[in-house]
Write a protein that binds this ligand. Structure first.
Ligand code: PLP
Length: 356
């Protein structure tokens, strides 16, 4: 149903539908497609694809890590990290609402026998060093699994995490012999919003997963980075999971283009999200959530009857939205303009009556 809607064009060939479900819906721009078409390629399972090698080197250096591995998805990137860090029966301490815990089909437990111990995050989604310390098990007590890894997420629900607390969590983890992984699917959003360099945000972590197919606008792919020996072991598991891709340089070229051209512009997505939140909050009965730590996501909490009405009005106006009742999620990205934001606010005002 969305497929048909999402492909509608107006008379100028522009999208008549504004798709705010996720930043994964971006389509490669013509220059990215050209870079992909011209990519030098080889068989990456033989280690012979120069474009994949260039992308891996580029991301490793961007994040201040020794090595990196190009993989088909963020889910596989996190799964490789978790399975490489943890053997069967070992424990991963993470956030209850984090992607690795909630939205990856339990892969690390189902496929790797690792135990996920979820902690509640604070309002911004962050864990505390104190809670992590309390969750780490005594390795001499045979009642417990061996605590092996702390897995964090930045951004979470579009919110930049508190870097000082992350540093404290990493210290607590290391003191107890645990490794620390970051699901940095949208780490570049965090970097642009906070002004902190990607390598500084990544510094407390042993391993970092970065998505190229979210706000960065590449069609496919994520990159896992970390120490050389770790990435070597992860490469074997990638093969085991069927993630060894052959002339993957076609895809890697899209990722390289994204890192060259689509990082600084994330600030536009953040400005659009802020404007959208302000515009919607100016409408009677609507209260949009866009915190100080916000990046490219806006949340709206609506009563059940208003939820349906709002969704219907937006669908009528050609706006697609994400989230599950009672929460609506609006994500800005490469294919959403400031004009589109105006159109959405107008449609919402039309449906919900006068502005305050
Ligand atoms: C999208 C996402 C992933 C997974 O990426 P896929 O490519 O969709 O598998 C992991 N973590 C977070 C926080 C994400 O938003």
């Amino acid at each position: 149903m969305y497929g048909d809607m999402a492909s509608q064009k107006d008379t100028q060939g522009r999208n008549s539908v504004i798709d705010l479900r996720s930043d994964t819906v971006t389509r490669p721009v013509p220059a990215m497609r050209a870079a992909m078409a011209e990519a030098e390629v080889g068989d990456d399972v033989y280690g012979e694809d120069p474009s994949v090698a260039a992308l891996e080197k580029r991301v490793a250096s961007l994040l201040g890590k020794e090595a990196a591995l190009f993989v088909p998805s963020g889910t596989q990137s996190n799964l490789l990290a978790l399975l490489t860090h943890c053997a069967r029966g070992e424990e991963i301490i993470t956030g209850r609402e984090y992607h690795v815990c909630k939205y990856e089909a339990g892969g690390s437990s189902a496929l790797g026998g690792a135990i996920l111990t979820p902690l509640d995050g604070d309002a911004n989604g962050g864990l505390t060093a104190q809670a992590v310390a309390a969750a780490i098990k005594d390795p001499d007590d045979i009642h417990f699994p061996l605590s092996r890894l702390v897995s964090l997420e930045n951004t979470w629900n579009g919110r930049v995490q508190d870097q000082a607390e992350i540093v404290r969590i990493a210290e607590v983890a290391r003191e107890n012999g645990l490794a620390v992984h970051l699901d940095g699917a949208r780490l570049m959003n965090a970097s642009v919003a906070s002004g902190l360099a990607p390598a500084d945000l990544a510094a407390p972590f042993d391993t970092v997963s970065l998505c190229l197919s979210k706000g960065l606008g590449a069609p496919v792919g994520s990159v896992l980075s970390g120490p050389v020996d770790f990435i070597h072991r992860a490469r074997r598991i990638r093969k085991m999971l069927g993630g060894g891709m052959r002339q993957a340089g076609i895809l890697a070229a899209g990722g390289l283009y994204a890192l060259d051209h689509h990082v600084e512009r994330l600030a536009e997505d953040h400005a659009n999200a802020r404007a959208l939140a302000e515009g919607l909050s100016g409408i009677e009965g609507l209260e949009a959530d866009y915190p100080e730590t916000g990046t490219n996501m806006v949340f709206l909490r609506l009563s059940p009857d208003r939820f349906g009405a709002f969704k219907a009005a937006m669908t009528e106006a050609g706006v697609l939205m994400g989230g599950r009742a009672p929460l609506i999620r609006l994500v800005t990205h490469l294919d959403v303009s400031a004009n589109d934001v105006g159109r959405i606010v107008e449609a919402a005002a039309g449906a919900f009556g006068a502005r305050r």
